[in-house]
Design a binder for this molecule. Structure first.
Ligand code: ADP
Ligand code: MG
Length: 307
């Protein structure tokens, strides 16, 4: 009997995270890997006191930026979003390799400016650029792979949130794409290092997909739920509630603290802003929003996916 042909599936039927899960399914495991796919960076064995962090993030023309945007800022963004993932683990960034795909007709000056932006952020955050790759492509693509390190006791993952924890963000959310914030943001590395030194968060992530989706990642990894207070969520440029919850590319840190540490953080004077936006509950995977009229409703955690 003829073998029936398997119908090919489109990427859109899986979604970005469905695809990643499918691809990751058969990857070999190694005793040297402390945490692989599923957090902001991979964590691998390193020294007696420290873990090594390893991450990569790619940005592409017409997806993450336009050709007409400032090339210096495009370069900055490519480096910053990687540093942001290292900050989300509580670590410090170290070495980067940079791969770029460039259309033939682009000017040399434009590419030099992209590099100026990459170098600027690298210098500011102690990153050393040690290599890369260059190819021709129809659209501009920039990929940065970055290593980092973190003291074992300072490592923060997505999976440690506990019922009763207070939820914080480091800055206003929403309308990142409606402004230049998504290009010019400074990764919250200082904030992260302050936190691991003084209060050690139970869980942390950087907000790249949006507050609700990224909170959803913490909830899934930690097997807990959350309650958000509408009136407490800081917003950029009069963003609507929906924009603050789902826009993405904010690159603020989202973290949880035990009530005792939360109280300590709020009572300490710091040069940083930490906004208390809600609490962790035991209703697995559920996000409840308490609105301004003190009405509660469940909100979804589905955000932007590439497919
Ligand atoms: P972030 O927004 O923090 O950069 P992503 O949402 O891009 O994280 O990725 C989620 C997880 O999936 C990460 O742990 C990342 O390393 C992993 N991942 C993403 N794409 C791939 C891929 N093509 N192959 C293997 N792992 C991947
Ligand atoms: Mg991240």
């Amino acid at each position: 009997m003829p073998v029936p042909k398997r119908k090919s599936r489109l990427l859109s039927s899986l979604g970005e995270f469905g695809l990643i899960n499918l691809l990751a399914r058969n990857l070999p495991v190694s005793g040297e890997v402390i945490a692989g796919i599923g957090d902001d960076t991979a964590v691998v064995k390193y020294t007696a006191r420290k873990h090594m962090l390893f991450t990569t993030d790619m940005i592409a023309e017409d997806v993450h930026f336009k050709r007409g945007d400032s090339p210096v800022l495009i370069g900055q963004k490519a480096m910053s979003c990687n540093i942001s993932d290292v900050a989300a683990m509580g670590g410090v960034p170290k070495f980067a390799v940079i791969s770029i795909g460039l259309p033939k007709g682009l000017s040399v000056e434009y590419v030099q400016k992209i590099y100026q932006g990459l170098e600027k952020r690298a210098r500011e955050f102690g990153v050393v650029i040690v290599g890369g790759d260059t190819i021709k492509s129809d659209k501009i693509i920039i990929n940065v792979a970055l290593t980092g390190e973190v003291e074992k006791k300072s490592l923060v993952t997505r999976s440690g949130a506990k019922k009763g924890d207070w939820i914080f963000v480091t800055g206003p959310l929403g309308k990142s794409f409606g402004s230049t914030h998504h290009l010019s943001f400074r990764p919250r590395l200082k904030e992260s290092r302050y936190l691991v030194k003084h209060v050690q968060p139970n869980a942390m992530i950087d907000i790249s997909d949006g507050l609700a989706p990224d909170l959803g990642h913490i909830l899934k990894a930690s097997q807990v739920g959350a309650r958000l207070k509408e009136g407490k969520i800081p917003r950029r440029h009069q963003a609507s509630l929906k924009e603050a919850l789902y826009d993405g590319e904010d690159f603020e840190l989202l973290f949880t603290l035990s009530p005792k540490k939360a109280d300590k953080l709020l009572r300490t004077r710091t040069p940083f802003s930490f906004y208390h936006v809600g609490e962790i509950t035991e209703q697995k995977g559920k996000i409840i929003l308490l609105d301004r009229n003190l009405q509660v409703r469940e909100i979804h955690s589905k955000g932007f996916e590439h497919f």
